[in-house]
Design a protein around this ligand. Structure first.
Ligand SMILES: Cc1ncc(C[n+]2csc(CCOP(=O)(O)OP(=O)(O)O)c2C)c(N)n1
Ligand SMILES: [Mg+2]
Length: 552
């Protein structure tokens, strides 16, 4: 009788469930899982820290709708992987963490790297389990993948003791479940759909907010039709950018503050009323604002602010319902309202401000000038990863996206260190597209070693470090007594570009717009990764505003 081992069962089951990418670091006891994954046709990407590997797995989930996997050794490796488990769970992205574990029969004996892994994973996952025996591994794999994509997507953890991995099971004892289908797309209650339209119709100062849930659900066609038909002003969450063209005339992104503060009815499309949306509460929102929430997760409806209408369902499906209701009884929000005048005034004021900053060629450069160069040179379809404080925030207002899922950033959890990993994931998923990874110098440091990963796999990512020598606020010099340095300061003019040269990539150190322009041009045409270290004015800032990343 033919036999099959636990490693092969894992790899074959995951492949059947549509898991195409696995990121991780091997060691005891998971060497065999990585090898089996490669044999079964799952692409394995060996990384330098499990945190990065776990972030990459989450990004694959967001970009493809099927979970990426992260493979870790037992104990400390698995604990590093919790970073990405939590990040995926907070962002509602499908992600699967696979932890090797010490032998099941040594439980509690103080085995090598023994840790309570299933318990550790539980609060940051939808599902955390250890198979009861090797022959049932396929059942658990199907279960875990289905959990990551069904309902509100999220993270799952599977725990694999060494003795299950090496176990030989009679093939006749094993059944590998069929691929679980993509998640169902539930519709909202039709009478509530009608009520939502009625509330919008009566609004004096309506606003549509598009979140990354809409991008994940691939609701772009439906949402574009909806805003075109209703002519409602819209803005997006950071990763909701591009669901509708950022430069669409109905976009009021540059007037975000005014739009949020004065809207009387807000339609939330896959955007949560969490800290990014100031909880939907005064002073950033009007007292008594009416919300119409569209969300896959019933429990999200009414969080922080009681919802006027709650539409529970899949974004794409529910906006389709809204469009049908509109076809039956169309309405268009008038363009000559005081609300539009107020928004248009703010939009133009802000645009002028940003334009002026972008056109400032002074040396040393500020953030806006650096980002303008990226905007001007990035080809259509470029995926932008951005992280940092100013670096990330300002990139949002300068870089415009015509299509969804072209921006990934620190997102809901505000996680620094995701950048290089997410860029690697994006390039692995989209080998034919350009990926630009824009990093604050602090943000870069968290996972900087992953430039080696990018070089080893010859992923032609362009890393741009916007280097102000510090966290959020920059510094010109460090004091003689280094232990009196401000906590936010880093090495002045650190030569980050030299790192990548050690791995076969190309490094550039630039100070002027011309140098930046030339190096970016070259980097975008290169078949190997590049790192452009841009030394900016350490005193450069965004326009005066409260800094959420540093104060939350
Ligand atoms: C994992 C994690 N650790 C720490 C922080 C706190 N934090 C917020 S932004 C930031 C870095 C900002 O500096 P930088 O990346 O250099 O961007 P800049 O604003 O200077 O352009 C840090 C450390 C965080 N958000 N996440
Ligand atoms: Mg910095």
């Amino acid at each position: 009788m033919a036999q099959i081992d636990g490693n092969t069962l894992i790899a074959r089951s995951l492949k059947r469930q549509g898991v195409e990418h696995m990121f991780g670091i091997v060691g005891f006891p998971v060497f065999g899982i990585a090898a089996a994954a490669q044999r079964e046709g799952i692409q394995f990407v060996g990384m330098r820290n499990e945190q990065a590997a776990s972030y990459a797995a989450g990004a694959v989930g967001y970009l493809t709708g099927r979970p990426g996997a992260c493979l870790t050794v037992s104990g400390p490796g698995m604990i590093h992987g919790i970073a990405g488990l939590a990040n995926a769970q907070e962002n509602c992205w499908p992600m699967l963490l696979l932890g090797g574990a010490s032998n099941s029969y040594q439980e509690g004996m103080g085995a090598f790297q023994e840790a309570p892994q299933v318990e550790l994973a539980r609060i940051y996952s939808k599902y955390a389990a250890r198979p009861d025996k090797a022959a049932r591994i396929p059942f658990y794999c199907e279960q875990a993948v289905r959990m990551t994509i069904g309902g509100r997507p999220g993270a799952a953890y599977l725990d694999f003791p060494d003795d299950f991995l090496s176990a030989q099971v009679e093939e006749s004892e094993v059944s590998i479940p069929e691929r679980c289908p993509d998640a169902p797309r539930p519709l909202a209650d039709p009478s509530e759909v009608q009520r939502a339209i009625d509330v919008l119709r009566k609004a004096e100062r309506p606003l549509v907010i598009i979140g990354k849930g809409a991008a994940y659900s691939r609701a772009e066609q439906e949402i574009r039709s909806f805003v075109e038909a209703t002519k409602l002003p819209f803005l997006t969450s950071p990763m909701g950018k591009g669901v509708v063209d950022d430069e669409h005339p109905l976009s009021v992104m540059p007037a975000r503050g005014t739009a949020l503060q004065d809207a009387d009815v807000v339609l939330l499309l896959g955007a949560r009323l969490n800290w990014i949306m100031h909880f939907g509460l005064p002073p950033r929102f009007a007292e008594g604002v009416k919300t119409i929430q569209v969300d896959i997760h019933a429990e999200e409806i009414g969080r922080n602010v009681p919802a006027e209408v709650g539409l529970v369902g899949d974004l794409k499906a529910v906006v389709g319902q809204l469009n049908q209701a509109l076809e039956a009884d169309p309405f268009t929000y008038a363009s000559d309202t005081p609300w539009w005048s107020a928004l248009a005034e703010k939009v133009s004021e802000n645009r002028t401000f940003v334009q002026n900053m972008m056109n400032d060629d002074a040396v040393p450069m500020g953030y806006y000038r650096v980002l303008r160069e990226i905007r001007d040179q990035a080809p259509e379809g470029t995926i932008i990863q951005a992280e940092g404080a100013n670096t990330m925030d300002i990139s949002r207002s300068v870089l415009m996206h015509r299509n969804p899922r072209e921006r990934i950033d620190a997102a809901t959890f505000g996680t620094m260190g995701v950048g290089l990993a997410q860029a690697i994931a994006a390039q692995v998923v989209h080998p034919d597209r350009k990926v630009i990874c824009i990093e604050g110098d602090s943000a870069f440091g968290f996972s900087g070693m992953e430039v080696e990963t990018a070089c080893r796999y010859r992923l032609p990512i362009v890393f741009v470090i916007i280097n102000n020598n510090g966290i959020g606020m920059g510094f010109d010099a460090l004091p003689e007594d280094r232990f009196q340095s401000p906590a936010m300061a880093y090495t002045i003019e650190a030569g980050y570009e030299k790192m990548i040269e050690g791995f076969g990539g190309k490094g550039y150190l630039v100070r002027t717009p011309d140098e930046l322009s030339a190096s970016l041009k070259q980097a975008l045409g290169d078949s190997m990764p590049s790192l452009i270290n841009v030394l900016i004015d350490p005193h450069a800032r965004a326009k005066p505003q409260k800094h959420p990343w540093l104060t939350q």
